[in-house]
Design a binder for this molecule. Structure first.
Ligand SMILES: NC(=O)C1=CN([C@@H]2O[C@H](COP(=O)(O)OP(=O)(O)OC[C@H]3O[C@@H](n4cnc5c(N)ncnc54)[C@H](O)[C@@H]3O)[C@@H](O)[C@H]2O)C=CC1
Ligand SMILES: O=C(O)CCC(=O)C(=O)O
Length: 443
């Protein structure tokens, strides 16, 4: 595959993609998040010895949709929100990627996340491209009724560019099965029954068994593969610290605990819990499931420390599982772990990445480590298309195989080309996307 990428070095030029962003200037300069992702693309292109002329086509999204959503809130007042769908690349298949509800979500953020999806689906060898969506909203300030109205309005605005064969959304931060059910229902009102328009749906509404836990489960397999390949042994007795205890984080550390791992630090938006002897994760999952804050779990040896000190917790593996761009150079200097496994999207900034590489801290990158979610989303889509249902054991087994196959390819490039695992993963992804573009005759 590397050979085919090198062969592509001589291939004809690539078209400037079609991009249309309503309401915001298309040509505005890229700021932090998107530029960070582009830096990693540039590093991999250099290692592949591919000409820089590929860069523009690979970093530029093919389409951007920016809309304003208006809802009548519970007090009968009008509220408006910015929403985005960025379709980055579809050379390998329909656009695919989650929808995030977050107060700091903006176009730059979504651009970066959409690009990461293109590379992630390629690394995971799933026949999809990459996209991402987001709404600038703090969902904790809205009632369930208001969130439902917002989600249905989103479908109304996006329905022209999404579809089971064109662009398939999924959950991301602050969205889950409930929002996906509203999404499926609203889209089906316009287009007829279409369960495959969105993945991550409730199991009783055409969702896949295993999808809810899939990203965290994939992170668990990723850690296991890494420790084994690097000769560091099994998960048993190793220590872990995690930022983020939502869908991805909680499922990942629950499995780590079940396999003998000791989770010494857990942080979320409220703060950080620390216990050098290991936090009882099973108990914490139950506690948080009852709607309580992790900080109310400060007993039996658990102490509360400031949220940002999670990065300084001594452990074998640190898992960022919340927001992007949290590990910059100054945070990277303070980290006391042997490995970082990126469950979040884009948690490490390039300058932080450099520091960590210099310090010998090994990073398993997001485009592989959190790829379990989209892998099982693909399985959900396949089941919807076939009107068939697989057992949870079948789904988990296929996920485990996918995580192993992709890891082996990344590890092989990492070892043979003497590059970081991040660069190896991007080299793998770029070569696949470029090959598809070539085969399709993009010029
Ligand atoms: N849900 C999915 O299937 C996938 C999610 N991801 C990524 O994983 C990450 C987490 O996503 P989810 O678990 O789905 O979101 P979630 O909304 O279920 O949980 C987010 C967690 O992050 C915490 N958090 C938010 N802001 C924080 C801050 N400033 N400091 C510390 N903690 C903070 C929240 O308290 C919560 O525990 C995101 O980067 C997302 O893009 C990646 C692949 C798939
Ligand atoms: O499940 C999916 O389709 C995409 C999930 C996602 O947004 C991600 O992997 O970052």
């Amino acid at each position: 595959m590397l050979t085919s990428a090198l062969h592509l070095a001589g291939f004809r030029g690539v078209t400037a993609p079609v991009a249309a962003c309503l309401g915001q200037a298309w040509a505005r300069s890229l700021s932090s998040h998107a530029q960070d992702t582009n830096t990693y693309i540039q590093q991999a292109l250099k290692e592949l010895n591919l000409p820089q002329r590929f860069e523009k086509a690979l970093v530029t999204p093919r389409r951007e949709l920016c809309v304003q959503l208006t809802i009548l809130n519970d007090n009968n007042e009008i509220q408006t929100f910015e929403a985005y769908r960025v379709q980055h690349d579809n050379a390998r298949g329909p656009y695919k990627g989650g929808i995030r509800y977050h107060p700091q979500c903006d176009l730059d953020d979504v651009r970066s996340l959409a690009s990461l999806m293109t590379w992630k689906t390629a690394v995971m060898d799933i026949p999809f491209g990459g996209a991402k969506g987001g709404v600038t909203v703090d969902p904790s300030t809205l009632s369930e009724n208001e969130l439902e109205k917002l989600t249905r309005k989103l479908v109304h605005s996006f329905r022209g560019v999404i579809g089971p064969h064109s662009d398939i959304p999924a959950p991301d931060m602050n969205t889950g099965a409930r929002e996906m059910a509203w999404f499926f229902d609203e889209y089906s009102k316009y287009m007829g029954f279409s369960p495959a328009v969105v993945t991550g749906k409730p199991v009783n509404l055409h969702g896949s068994l295993g999808r809810e836990a899939a990203t965290g489960r994939g992170v668990f397999y990723a850690i296991r593969n890494l420790l084994e390949a690097d000769g560091y042994g099994s998960i048993e007795g190793k220590t872990f610290a995690i930022q983020g205890f939502g869908n991805v984080g909680s499922h990942a550390v629950k499995l780590l605990e079940e396999h003998g791992g000791k989770v010494v630090g857990v942080s979320d938006i409220d703060g950080c819990l620390y216990n050098k002897d290991g936090i009882d994760i099973k108990g914490l999952v139950k506690h948080v499931g009852e709607g309580k804050s992790i900080l109310e779990y400060a007993h039996s040896g658990n102490s509360i420390i400031p949220g940002e000190t999670i990065f300084e917790v001594e452990c074998d593996v640190f898992i960022p599982a919340a927001l992007g761009a949290v590990i910059d150079d100054s945070v990277a200097q303070k980290m006391k772990c042997k490995y970082i496994v990126e469950a979040a999207n884009g948690p490490t900034r390039p300058e932080g990445d450099n520091v960590l590489n210099e310090r010998g801290i090994k990073i398993l990158p997001d485009i592989y480590a959190n790829g379990g979610g989209v892998a099982v989303s693909y399985m959900e889509w396949v089941q919807n298309m076939q009107e068939f249902k697989w057992s949870e054991a079948e789904v988990n087994q296929k996920l485990e195989e996918k995580m192993r196959d992709s890891f082996e390819q990344i590890w092989d490039i990492h070892q043979t080309k003497n590059v970081t695992m991040r660069t190896a993963a991007f080299m793998l992804a770029l070569s696949k996307v470029l090959e598809s573009r070539d085969l399709r005759g993009y010029s």
